[in-house]
Design a protein. Structure first.
Length: 159
């Protein structure tokens, strides 16, 4: 079990001790999509979804999700985030809502999970707000695009 960072010598789960690590500037960017039909995309664009402004509500939900990541993912550390930005765009070609989240901090551990959580919570919110008009939406292609900082350095996803 010594090769697994989230288990102690007895095989019990634990949060990794990061107390000896140095603070570094960190950034993570993630994206994901909610695939909808043309009618739903048009309703989102025109503000015709009865629950309200889908993109703004989903954007706020994503920011809140990033801030609550350690409450949702058991072994995530509680972090002080210095910035969370969630961009929502309509992708006509894919017939989807594209969600992109950028999370920054200065600390001892990365913000990848916060960026991915922001995208995921935003996507769930889009689904919730639009489910009255379309039940067969798909949430997908959630991934880390980029990260910087820490001992592992930079990561850039391929296309």
């Amino acid at each position: 079990m010594s090769d697994f960072t989230h288990f102690d010598e007895s095989g019990r789960c634990r949060m990794v001790d990061v107390s000896e690590k140095n603070d570094t500037s960190r950034i993570a960017v993630a994206e994901g999509y909610v695939y909808v039909n043309r009618e739903t995309l048009g309703l989102i664009r025109s503000g015709g979804i009865r629950k309200g402004d889908v993109l703004t509500v989903a954007q706020i939900a994503g920011i809140m999700g990033a801030k609550r990541t350690p409450d949702l993912i058991p072994m995530c550390h509680t972090l002080i985030l210095s910035g969370v930005a969630v961009e929502m765009t309509l992708d006509e070609g894919r017939c989807a809502v594209r969600i992109k989240a950028t999370v920054k901090n200065r600390g001892v551990t990365g913000v990848e999970m916060e960026a991915i959580t922001a995208v995921s919570v935003s996507a769930l919110t889009v689904y919730d707000m639009c489910k009255a008009v379309q039940k067969d939406m798909r949430i997908g292609d959630i991934r880390l695009l980029h990260k910087e900082g820490g001992v592992h350095g930079a990561f850039h996803a391929g296309d």
